[in-house]
Design a protein around this ligand. Structure first.
Ligand SMILES: C[S@@+](CC[C@H](N)C(=O)[O-])C[C@H]1O[C@@H](n2cnc3c(N)ncnc32)[C@H](O)[C@@H]1O
Length: 315
């Protein structure tokens, strides 16, 4: 399936990560060197990976640089294997189905000088109704980015207590009507069983919100769907694995770029990039300009932070 996902902030990501490779290449001219790797932790539709491969091919100093790309989603992996068949055969790209929490062993013994992650979900996943990620289409209430792992959103709601659901909606969705929504969902579950479809959940959320507050800037169900997606996919635990373990595969002077989409993610990235062994290269996050936002509304909430590895402590 062709991707509909539009990659975000491609130019600043390329510019900053390629600098680490150029510096390494300038220092190792004339020596026999091992391959250097760029890691794309979130392959998705392959937008950033394609940009890296293109840049490496065009730059005579970087022709030997390789990309290894991960995604937990089997469908994304299969599409990318078709899209990038030539690059895979040429040994320029390796594609691995893995979550952040399982990725570390695949990176041992590679000279990693660049690493990126574009967090969350792709437009391909959002627009596939069978995933249950969007309240705009009817589909099973699943929400898993890797349906072979964990529990679906419906099963998650079947087991959760009202207090815990209220907490998830408040903390992960910053939903001000968390208590009313949790009460409405549990009341429905007690009568009919856990909501089975996106449209049932959407209706419950709208019913729980006071009528005067139902028509805000964003749809009334946006925050609930975000909160449940984060919980079902254990997104914050996965991000912690990325920040505590996976980025340690970078060699000193290597760079990491992370695109996040809400404050819970950005706060963690900011903190990790200020920790021992790293130097933040972005005091304030880089954001998309108006032209990019007009072309790709999803870019509106993107925040890019970049850091350099300054020591191998913790490796
Ligand atoms: C925003 S999309 C990436 C889009 C990609 N950069 C592009 O331009 O086409 C995020 C991707 O990361 C994947 N993903 C999210 N969390 C992950 C995790 N913990 N481990 C592995 N992949 C993950 C999702 O399945 C999704 O395909």
């Amino acid at each position: 399936m062709a991707t509909v996902h539009v990659p975000i902030l491609v130019r600043p990501i390329l510019e900053t990560l390629l600098e680490a490779f150029r510096e390494h290449s300038a220092q190792s001219t004339g020596c026999l060197t091992e391959p250097v790797w760029l890691v794309d932790c979130t392959l998705g539709g392959g937008g950033h990976t394609a940009a890296f491969l293109d840049a490496f091919e065009k730059d005579p100093l970087l022709r030997e640089t390789k990309v290894v790309a991960f995604d937990q989603d089997k469908t994304a992996i299969e599409s990318a294997r078709m899209r990038f068949a030539t690059e895979i055969t040429a040994g320029r790209l390796e594609i691995i189905q893995s979550r952040f929490s399982d990725a570390e062993p695949f990176l041992r013994n590679r000279l990693v000088l660049g690493l990126m992650a574009d967090l969350g979900f792709s437009s391909d996943q959002l627009e596939d109704p069978s995933r249950g990620l969007s309240f705009l289409a009817d589909g099973p209430l699943d929400m898993r980015l890797d349906p072979s792992q964990g529990t679906s959103c419906r099963d998650y709601l079947a087991d959760i207590s009202e207090t815990e659901l209220e907490r998830v909606l408040r903390e992960y969705g910053e939903e001000r009507f968390s208590r009313r929504i949790a009460a409405r969902v549990i009341e429905y579950r007690n009568r009919e069983g856990a909501p089975a479809t996106t449209q049932v959940l959407r209706t419950l959320v709208v019913q729980a919100i006071p009528p005067a507050m139902r028509h805000g800037r964003i749809h009334a169900a946006t925050r609930t769907f975000q909160a449940l997606r984060i919980a079902v996919n254990r997104e914050l635990e996965e991000l912690d694995c990325l920040l505590d373990h996976v980025i340690l595969s970078l060699r000193p002077r290597g760079r990491v770029a992370i695109l996040s989409f809400h404050s819970l993610e950005d706060r963690r990235v900011k903190h990790a990039f200020r920790s021992e062994g790293f130097r933040s290269l972005t005091k304030k996050p880089i954001i998309a300009d108006n032209e990019e936002i007009a072309r790709n509304p999803r870019a509106r909430s993107a925040k890019l932070r970049v850091a350099e590895r300054i020591s191998a402590k913790g490796a």
